[in-house]
Design a protein around this ligand. Structure first.
Ligand code: ATP
Ligand code: MG
Length: 568
């Protein structure tokens, strides 16, 4: 059983302040929020922020949070996205119980409300083309020009609107528009569209409708229908708020309070579904759940836990100004949780053979290894040791620079849990590459303990017994983009140009300890000295394990930045 997502003490923020005021003044007597994704792509880490906010507020105020698909655009939406969204929301630990709603279920109600607005003289059928609508709308500095159809009679509007629904007119030939103010400084108030004619099959409604509501018309009313008290959305909807308020006031229906907060941006990646879709469709990543993607399903395959995503969302908090959060913060949250919960194991990514010349060829010993030093209840396991071992190629240097304390000719090191070994000789192949180290062990250091003579070593290496090792594929990742803000490119330039060609490195002949043969899909491990890894949930096969590195053990980046600073 995974832990419930951490529910740390609620930090106060401006949204909670507003809710507190509403509860105190009696404007609302309960808290009802919703998470309203459009099923046109997979959820990303920005959505996790919104989920934590909306479900978190409901939890903390004893209210409820709905899940609603804001599905008003038949061209881009699909059931497969609905399924993926639900799976991700569940995986993050949120339960919408029976409150699963669809804007597309409200089409009838929205239609009736549109008729009500027509009757009040607040909406009209317009015959301008899309280009003309744009032209007539004016600019920020120039007021718009009223549509020649603006003053159609209520009777004519009702007749035309009914016939639009009945399918009498071709796509794009007519729209329904709200009659607001063509001179408003807010461009969105200049008679915005409410309905378009579009003969497009909807993934849920099929061909029932040829008339589709705009997002602006559907969104606020959907919140109202559900009795939402606080409609929390991202900052770009601040300018839409007067429009949403206008609709609700004219209809005289339940009026939620919209509150805007800054969307999450993450460094060295992009998190907009449109861009992520472009990466998927162009084959630049293996899919929405590619472990390099900032999607929830990508993070899941990468090995991030729901708990670490929760901790991350809590840390970044909510604010009113847009900014970019850097990956090391997320990685820190991941390390913090994985350190406490991941069993340790030994694996060698770039194997170099070690032969212990004074160890009998047929002997096998088993040493006790600690499963998790942070969690004594995790116990110990047996790790087999024999004459031939694999160690990490990087752990040997023929001519070591100062401060390299690992293996080199004549140098002694500790093999974790096993023995001290000394390197006597490096064997080369014809090309001069070191292919084997010949070493001797000291029986007085059994279990990796210091010998009675008090000799010490400065390095402890991980290793795997060659005869017991299994081969594994291990995937190592770097950031998806080489720059912090990939979208910061000159007009017309391709934002995908800064994709990191080295974002995925596949190691095919890693050696892992036998225990890992039975690693369950999605089980998370710490490979000693190498980082946190997860057994890939898609590609691992019995006898052919595949592990993805979630994060390294230390913040290498911060270390390098610091090293650069110290050197300067
Ligand atoms: P995108 O631009 O990625 O398509 P969106 O806002 O169009 O995002 P929706 O599916 O409409 O995506 O979003 C569902 C909810 O998640 C909305 O309430 C939206 O405000 C919120 N949300 C989307 N992106 C972010 C983000 N980066 N940070 C915080 N909340 C977000
Ligand atoms: Mg959207």
């Amino acid at each position: 059983m995974p832990d419930e997502p951490a529910a740390p003490k609620p930090k106060s923020n401006f949204i909670r302040d507003i809710i507190d005021r509403h509860l105190a003044s009696g404007r609302f007597d309960r808290v009802r929020t919703r998470f309203p994704p459009e099923p046109n792509g997979f959820l990303h880490i920005g959505h996790a922020k919104s989920l934590h906010l909306n479900f978190g507020l409901a939890r903390d105020y004893g209210g409820l949070c709905n899940l609603r698909m804001d599905d008003t655009n038949p061209e881009t939406e699909d059931q497969s996205y609905v399924d993926a969204i639900k799976e991700d929301v569940r995986w993050l630990g949120f339960d919408w119980e029976d409150r699963e709603y669809y804007a597309s279920d409200y089409y009838e109600r929205l239609y009736e409300w549109a008729v009500a607005l027509i009757k009040k003289g607040d909406a009209y059928v317009c015959d301008l083309t899309a280009d003309q609508v744009r032209e007539y709308r004016g600019t920020v500095t120039k007021p718009g020009t009223p549509s020649p159809y603006r003053d159609r009679s209520v009777a004519e509007n009702l007749d035309l609107f009914a016939r639009m629904r009945a399918g009498e007119f071709p796509d794009g030939s007519k729209t329904l528009r709200a009659k607001i103010d063509m001179a408003s400084p807010n461009m969105l108030m200049r008679d915005p569209l409410m309905y378009r004619i579009r003969r497009e099959r909807h993934y849920r409604r099929g061909d029932a409708w040829c008339l589709y509501p705009t997002y602006d018309w559907a969104h606020g009313q959907s919140d109202s229908i559900e009795g939402i008290t606080h409609s929390i959305c991202t900052l770009e909807f601040e300018v839409h708020r007067p429009l949403y308020d206008w609709f609700l006031d004219r209809l005289g229906v339940h009026h939620p309070q919209q509150i805007e907060f800054a969307r999450l941006n993450l460094g060295h990646t992009v998190i907009s579904k449109r861009r992520l879709l472009e990466l998927v469709e162009s084959g630049l990543v293996s899919g929405w759940d590619d472990p390099r993607m900032p999607t929830i399903s990508g993070f899941r395959r990468r090995g991030y836990s729901p708990e670490s995503i929760a901790a991350f969302c809590e840390k970044i908090g909510v604010a009113k100004d847009n900014s970019i959060v850097d990956l090391p913060l997320l990685e820190m949250c991941a390390r913090e949780h994985l350190n406490r919960t991941s069993p340790r194991a030994m694996a060698v990514l770039r194997p170099l053979k070690v032969v212990i010349t004074n160890y009998p060829a047929d002997r096998v010993e088993e040493f006790d290894a600690v499963n998790n030093p942070e969690d004594p209840s995790a116990g110990t396991r047996k790790v087999p040791f024999s004459r031939e071992l694999w160690i990490e190629r990087d752990d040997f240097m023929e001519a070591p620079p100062p401060k390299f304390y690992r293996l080199s000719p004549g140098r002694e090191v500790r093999l974790r849990y096993a023995y001290f070994i000394r390197c006597d000789e490096a064997v080369r192949d014809a090309s001069g590459e070191v292919v084997e180290l010949r070493c001797t062990y000291d029986p007085a250091t059994r279990g990796g303990d210091n010998p009675p003579d008090g000799r010490k070593v400065k390095a402890t290496l991980h290793w795997v017994s060659a005869r017991h090792a299994l081969d594994a594929e291990v995937r190592l990742y770097d950031t998806l983009f080489t720059v912090r803000d990939p979208l910061d490119v000159p007009e017309g330039a391709d934002w995908k140009a800064a994709l990191n060609p080295g974002s995925l490195e596949t190691v095919r002949d890693a050696k892992i300890e036998p225990l890992l043969a039975s690693a369950a899909p999605e089980s998370r491990w710490q490979f000693e000295r190498l980082g946190y890894f997860v057994a890939d949930r898609r590609d691992a096969r019995p006898g052919a394990p595949v592990f993805n590195r979630t994060v390294t053990l230390r913040d290498e980046w911060a270390r390098l930045v610091k090293a650069g600073r110290d050197a300067a």
